[in-house]
Design a protein around this ligand. Structure first.
Ligand code: SF4
Length: 245
């Protein structure tokens, strides 16, 4: 589970499409495009059909043109498109996809694990994205990150993405899924202090419902909500918005 090159690009494969969402792009009626392929193997990942090559292979693939047609038909009704994964920045055609969506007048929100700051920079500089949500998987220490994402990570790339996003001038949020067995409530403080000051930081509690990469995590008792609240209270002033969701 280690040693993957985070910059190995994959041919764009659309592994899912959700026609409508009210909750995934703040303030915008949106749809979601799921791109297959990921360079991380987070033990708690529940999008295994978009991450594990053996599952991607057997998962239905969608045609980009059909999605573009759908967006053309919904112009003036839908406002935004969320591009998520897997890890969408690994897809060689992501810029082209963003261009196609932008040409139709939509705003784009990108969900990323932050491992690919070079592509992130290009997308920002070319004004192809309007909102970024970056997962901060663990405190910014190589060993802690490796435990949370299942592979070796160059922690400098993660730090680079954080700075890039904060200085991009576009809207953004950072977020962490807290997983019992991987994180403690104190990790919220370590993470918050390393990304602060920033606009938004959200913490979500991991609740195992679907198939995940490491099924042993299913038996772990979640960290009590009150403990998360207490930890968050200590860092809430570092952000414009900071909450559990
Ligand atoms: S949770 Fe981890 S493994 Fe799953 S898609 Fe996100 S970054 Fe990839």
């Amino acid at each position: 589970m280690c040693g993957r090159n985070p910059h190995t690009f994959v041919i764009m494969t659309i592994g899912g499409f959700q026609k409508f969402t009210l909750i995934d792009y703040p303030g915008k009626l949106s749809c979601i495009i799921f791109l297959s392929g990921c360079n991380f193997r987070c033990p708690f990942c529940y999008s295994t059909e978009l991450v594990l090559p053996e599952k991607i292979k057997n998962h239905p693939k969608l045609n980009k043109n059909n999605i573009i047609d759908y967006l053309r038909d919904r112009q003036g009704m839908l406002e935004g498109v969320v591009i998520c994964g897997g890890e969408p920045t690994l897809n060689s055609d992501i810029e082209e996809l963003c261009h196609d969506i932008k040409d139709l007048g939509y705003s784009i929100k990108l969900d990323t694990n932050g491992s690919n700051p070079d592509i992130l920079k290009k997308l920002i500089e070319n004004k192809l994205i309007d909102y970024i949500a970056m997962d901060i998987k663990a405190p910014l220490d190589p060993e802690r990150y490796k435990k949370a994402v299942g592979v070796n990570v160059d922690i400098e790339t993660i730090k680079k993405s954080i700075e890039l996003i904060k200085t991009s001038g576009i809207d953004y949020e950072f977020r962490t899924t807290i997983v019992s067995g991987i994180h403690s409530d104190e990790d919220i403080i370590l993470i918050a202090e390393s990304i602060a000051p920033a606009k938004r930081y959200f913490v979500q509690q991991f609740i195992s419902e679907k198939t995940i990469i490491d099924i042993s995590l299913k038996d772990k008792k979640p960290i009590p909500y009150e403990k998360l609240e207490k930890a968050l209270a200590r860092v809430i002033n570092l952000f414009d918005v900071c909450k559990i969701r």
